[in-house]
Structures are given as C-alpha cells and as structure tokens.
Design a protein. Sequence first.
Length: 119
Amino acid sequence: MCWAVRWGWGRWVLAGLGVALTFDDGPSSSTSDLLALLARHGARATFFLTGERAEADPEAVQAIRRAGHQLESHGYTHRHALTLLPWAEWRHLRWHPEPQREGRLYRPPGEATRPSPGC
C-alpha cells in the first residue's frame, strides 16, 4: 500500500492512501478484458511485459499504452536470468517495452526477489 503521512492541525493525517495494481507475464488473451475492467473503474496499473509476448502481440501493447497504463519489463523471456547463458541474459535484461524512456523498471520472473518467510 502506498501512503504518506503529514502533519495537519495538531494530528497525523494519512494522505494519498492507495494501492498499486501490477500485472505480470503479459500481454495475454485476457489483456483486452482487463483493460476494459480497469477503464470501467477509472483505474491505472503497471504492466510488466515479457519481450516474447509483446513482440507476438504488438496491438495489445499499443492498447495498454493508449489506455494510459505504465509499461515495464518482466524480461525478454519468462526465465530466471541465472538460468540463461551470458549473451541471452544480456538480451533478457536489456529488453524493455519503452526503451527510450528513462527510469525504467524490471521485475524478475520467478519471484527472484521475494524474501523468505520470517524475514
């Protein structure tokens, strides 16, 4: 949950309370239905796309972009980078749906950054 605290008239006030919606592994056959659902509720999301799927369905990528959602990278393939040969890993990590944009994000596949239980 994303939130900020500010001081206001002698008490703490929660400001900007919200939820970040993210979707991985797309685009997929359900992308158009998901875009319609988000539009119906006036919601924005971040889509972490794979290069292989984005290249296979460029129209879906454009639809996500036109709807005003954020596009980010989930790698070129949906394989953990440590399982790839060095030249394939470079392509996997370098790919992004919007390479010209600064401040790009990468979410590794396979929950590579999830902390173990009890942390």
